[in-house]
Design a protein around this ligand. Sequence first.
Ligand code: ITT
Length: 192
Amino acid sequence: MMIDRLVMATNNKNKLREVREILSPLGIEVISQQEAGADVQPVENGTTFAENAIIKAQAVYNAVKAPVIADDSGLCVDALDGRPSVYSARYAPEGQECAKLLDEMKDISERSAYFECCIAFVDGINTEFMTGRCYGSISREAKGTNGFGYDPVFERDGKTLAEMTSNEKNRISHRAEALKKLYEYLEKKKGE
Ligand code: ITT
């Protein structure tokens, strides 16, 4: 049988919302770690998205013993040698990340960047990683109020992700691409 319920190892409500928007139409219910009663705060001391994703997924799996996913993600800016990358959440206090990035890049004309998302899946037997990327560029000013994090300064096709509806973002996002691979993996696994 296809897995129809996953616990998500996250404390980020926006990630949880996006994952639900993408997986619930596919018949997969997503329960937050909090709803599942997993009171854990793992230390994300990995140096890659995959390392941090597995740290979070494994910690919640140990508490709930049910299939878990974790999302570790971030923004990689070419002109900043790929920063802030795994440090995206710690780059600036919440709500100040866009202003800080625009300031750091004010004299830089090379604006290309991408978001990366690594989803780790753990069910006690298998551990799998699925990665997605969204390529775009850093705008000159923050625009739009949807989304979260760096969305107001990340442009794709002439708009920032914060100017897109969640449906539009979910068609092109790094998270959506990784979750599509997760769904394909779960479908294949069901047949085994
Ligand atoms: P959890 O670890 O609890 O899941 P977190 O916010 O700490 O939540 P990460 O360590 O994976 O998650 O950090 C990801 C950061 O990267 C996030 O806080 C945003 O600043 C940024 N980010 C990731 N995906 C994004 C997206 O779709 N849009 C905008 N910013 C994003």
